[in-house]
Design a binder for this molecule. Structure first.
Ligand SMILES: NC(=O)c1ccc[n+]([C@@H]2O[C@H](COP(=O)([O-])OP(=O)(O)OC[C@H]3O[C@@H](n4cnc5c(N)ncnc54)[C@H](O)[C@@H]3O)[C@@H](O)[C@H]2O)c1
Length: 253
């Protein structure tokens, strides 16, 4: 069980879904957490639940450079430093290449791609001053095995592969580790809208959709000192989905 005592994490998109699960687990494991999201009411409710000594809520639209500066300053004022960044916030659109509106596509780039870049840009200098830091980028199996009708979303997630790997070499000498998680289907607003879990998840080798806490436990590991020699790691958390295609001839023995 990875211990996060004495650490301070800024988690984007932490008001619900996987980010909320990460915030809850990180506090359980001893960290202080900056709950950063555009859903302010949900962020406040979560902080009330976590305890005001353990967490603060900050309004952060990850695509806005000035809001990153404010979030960083608020976190440092509350807890003294931030040595973990979980770039979790994300947005999704689905549609054919023919029908995808270019402004919608640009919006996905702003959040999923520019948002992660700004996160690393704003935290890197602070972490370099500390001489330590762990950045966990929540990517997706879509980055290397995209489904059809996801060109906009998948392309932003593929961009995170290159961006994260470039950061590994740049930030490593400053004591900052950068790692990636590739979730498969996870039961959140994004992965199972309106709580409807598509039957297709039955086809994953583990036969079900993932739960947000199952991503959070991996994020906690990468954020912790248990992963002190991990940088540039990509951890698949997809129930075997992308490697476990079932044998179509299995029933024929
Ligand atoms: N759910 C899945 O099946 C799945 C699979 C692979 C990867 N992911 C990735 O996991 C991450 C978390 O997604 P989730 O499943 O919890 O979805 P979710 O929709 O439940 O949560 C996303 C969170 O991001 C926040 N957010 C959106 N735009 C933002 C912005 N501009 N600034 C700050 N916060 C913003 C939302 O308010 C929300 O709290 C995302 O990066 C997503 O792409 C999800």
């Amino acid at each position: 069980m990875s211990d996060l005592t004495g650490k301070v994490a800024l988690i984007t998109g932490a008001s619900r879904g996987q980010g909320e699960a990460e915030a809850r687990l990180f506090v359980e494991r001893g960290a202080k957490v900056v709950v950063a999201d555009i859903l302010d009411d949900d962020a406040q409710k979560l902080v009330a639940d976590l305890g005001v000594n353990n967490a603060i809520a900050v309004h952060l639209d990850v695509s806005k450079p000035e809001e990153w500066k404010q979030a960083l300053a608020a976190g440092i004022e509350a807890f003294g430093f931030i040595d973990i960044l979980v770039n979790n916030a994300g947005t999704y659109i689905q549609g054919s290449i023919t029908d995808t509106d270019v402004d919608g596509y640009r919006k996905v780039i702003e959040v999923n791609q520019i948002g992660v870049f700004l996160g690393m840009q704003n935290l890197a200098a602070h972490m370099a001053e500390l001489g330590r830091g762990s950045i966990v980028n929540i990517v997706s199996v879509s980055s290397f095995a995209p489904l059809d009708l996801t060109a906009a979303y998948a392309s932003t997630k593929s961009a995170l592969l290159g961006m994260s790997k470039a950061a590994v070499g740049e930030l490593g000498p400053k004591g900052i580790r950068v790692n990636m998680i590739h979730p498969g289907g996870v039961a959140t607003e994004m992965g199972a809208p309106a709580r409807v879990v598509p039957a297709a998840y039955d086809q994953a080798p583990l036969g079900r959709i993932g739960q947000p806490r199952e991503i959070a436990t991996v994020a906690a590991f990468l954020a912790s000192d248990d992963a002190s020699y991990c940088s540039g790691a990509e951890i698949l958390v997809d129930g075997g989905w992308t490697v476990g295609t079932r044998n179509p001839w299995a029933s024929e023995g």
